[in-house]
Design a protein around this ligand. Structure first.
Ligand code: ADP
Ligand code: MG
Length: 149
């Protein structure tokens, strides 16, 4: 488990950016934390690190948005799937040779692969966030080493 305290959006994205540089096809990252914690901000940092040129916004009307970078980038926000057992074809995304990031992953717990990078963001105060990285599997354990603010 790795913890980072960030004091602004840029620092949060700096952590995300370092992760992005080490991602491989079919990697899955989960992002959990309250509304306004910084999940989408973190996702923007990942996207930049993956060379996505388009602006990444919260997928409000769709569950998944697809972007093109060095790897395909799938940004999911499954908030609206709370209390639903609906499978929108999650495995197809996870195995599509891209990188998948899932905001509010706790709402689709049954569909989340064991091997993943679990990211939890906690709001400490207006500007301060605590980012916790919990790697599941060897690849993500290796990936987390050396990430620093
Ligand atoms: P979520 O997707 O978790 O609902 P967002 O990323 O959309 O959260 O929003 C986070 C908000 O918190 C943004 O308005 C951002 O500017 C603000 N913020 C303040 N400090 C930080 C920080 N250290 N890291 C990330 N976001 C921060
Ligand atoms: Mg969000």
């Amino acid at each position: 488990m790795y913890k980072y305290k960030t004091e602004n959006e840029e620092q949060t994205q700096l952590v995300a950016n370092q992760i992005a540089n080490k991602l491989k096809p079919n990697d899955v990252l989960t992002l959990d934390g309250d509304l306004g914690a910084g999940k989408t901000t973190f996702t923007k940092g990942l996207a930049k690190g993956l060379g996505v040129k388009r602006t990444v916004n919260s997928p409000t009307y769709t569950i998944v948005k697809e972007y093109k970078g060095q790897l395909p980038f799938y940004h999911m926000d499954v908030y609206r799937l709370e209390d639903s057992d609906e499978d929108i074809g999650f495995d197809d995304y996870f195995n599509a040779e891209g990188v998948t990031v899932i905001e509010w992953s706790s709402f689709i717990r049954d569909f989340i692969p064991v091997e993943r990078l679990e990211i939890v963001i906690e709001k400490i105060d207006e500007q301060t966030r605590e980012i916790t990285l919990i790697p599941h599997g060897e690849h993500f354990k290796e990936l987390c080493k050396g990430i620093q603010l």
